[in-house]
Design a protein around this ligand. Structure first.
Ligand code: SF4
Length: 373
């Protein structure tokens, strides 16, 4: 059932469940933030203990056939690009495993030729030998393709809708397969059917009215909890930062509203994981550590080869779909262009120290094992 006209759920195949109503009450109702935060803290402790799961993104490729106005990897941006070989991915993975990470998120732009499903299968297979928990954040795929990736050893799928507002989505996704809103919207369910048991949903805050976006995200979470009840669902609301190509976020969300949103999601969806990336500054991340967030990235590099320098000798630019070599004077020391600037630059050790200082155990190993333990 879709919402009525003017409703944030209009045109979406989700209904307004009791949990969604609860989210709206907590988010937009009269309750003071301080008392909502207390409730969120208590729910987090009850459902997740005093733990924080740490993970690291590993960028495979920054090649992309799409043009998304907010992303530096967009096809027409003449940035430095590379796709790591499976061997190089393994090298980056070893480096992260050596730092103590047991959860890795393989991230890639959408490029069917450079990043085919067979390549994803191979990079997952190699990563799964080093990490008990491997997740992917790549273009939406068909169920059979997802199944191959699950069989290769991935257990997590991250697929943010970016925006649930169809008009904003069409405006922001200028060209490429990503323009297909419904194909993306159905991705998490296809992933569940294929066997993923950890599924991450999210919106990019800054593309459209965030109040409506958060309600739609709540409805998507609620829907997936119903149809994918065996999966652990996580959600994220990354706030957009300026990107290559000159994009400036259109709709700002204050820190106070952001904190409230995390707390409201925690109270309305007590068992859903909440992810906070290094896009947010250290001070805010510290404040949110025991208010509802259950997963954090740390020491993140958002360019392929960012951890070990792999692939630098093959850097190139893409101009109108054609590969162009770097100028001789820019080759030395050049790195692939990152997707976004990291705001919290603390190392995994520094973040762990801060967590412990606040009485929270950083969890490097598998989530379920950790809870069972
Ligand atoms: S958001 Fe994803 S699909 Fe869009 S340009 Fe960036 S990498 Fe490509």
């Amino acid at each position: 059932m879709s919402g009525t006209p003017g409703d944030p759920l209009e045109g979406l195949p989700f209904s307004r469940s009791r949990a969604v109503e609860r989210f709206e009450e907590e988010m937009f109702g009269p309750k003071r933030l301080e008392s909502l935060a207390e409730q969120a803290r208590a729910e987090t402790r009850k459902n997740f203990g005093r733990t924080m799961r740490l993970f690291a993104p590993l960028y495979l490729s920054n090649e992309c056939v799409n043009t998304c106005r907010y992303c530096g990897f967009s096809k027409d941006n003449p940035i430095r690009r590379v796709t790591l070989t499976p061997e190089e991915v393994e090298g980056e993975a070893r480096h992260l495993a050596g730092l103590g990470f047991r959860n890795v998120l393989l991230v890639s732009g959408e490029h069917p030729r450079e990043v085919p499903v067979s390549y994803l299968v191979e990079t997952v297979r190699r990563s799964a030998r080093l990490f008990p928990s491997v997740a992917i954040e790549v273009a939406p795929l068909e169920t059979a393709e997802y199944r191959d990736i699950v069989e290769a050893g991935a257990e997590g799928l991250v697929l943010y809708q970016e925006s649930y507002d169809r008009a904003a989505y069409a405006e922001m996704h200028v060209s490429g397969p990503k323009r297909n809103f419904d194909e993306r919207l159905g991705g998490p369910e296809r992933g569940y059917q294929a066997g993923f048991r950890r599924i991450g949903l999210g919106v990019l805050v800054g593309l459209a009215d965030w109040r409506r976006e958060l309600v739609a995200l709540a409805a998507h979470v609620s829907h997936l909890m119903k149809v994918g009840w065996k999966a652990q669902i996580t959600l994220a609301l990354p706030r957009l930062r300026p990107a290559a190509g000159g994009f400036q976020p259109r709709v700002g969300m204050s820190d106070r509203d952001f904190v409230r949103a995390i707390c409201a999601f925690r109270v309305a969806f007590p068992q859903v994981g909440i992810v906070l990336s290094t896009r947010e500054p250290a001070k805010l991340r510290n404040g949110l550590m025991d208010l509802g967030v259950t997963m954090m990235s740390a020491g993140s590099e958002t360019d392929p080869g960012g951890y070990t320098g792999a692939g630098r000798e093959r850097l190139h630019r893409t101009v109108r779909g054609r590969e162009v070599a770097l100028e001789a004077n820019e080759e030395e020391g050049a790195e692939a262009t990152e997707q976004f600037e990291v705001s919290d630059e603390r190392s995994p050790e520094e973040l762990s120290r801060e967590l412990r200082r606040r009485g929270i155990d950083p969890v490097w190993k598998d989530w379920d094992q950790a809870l069972a333990g």
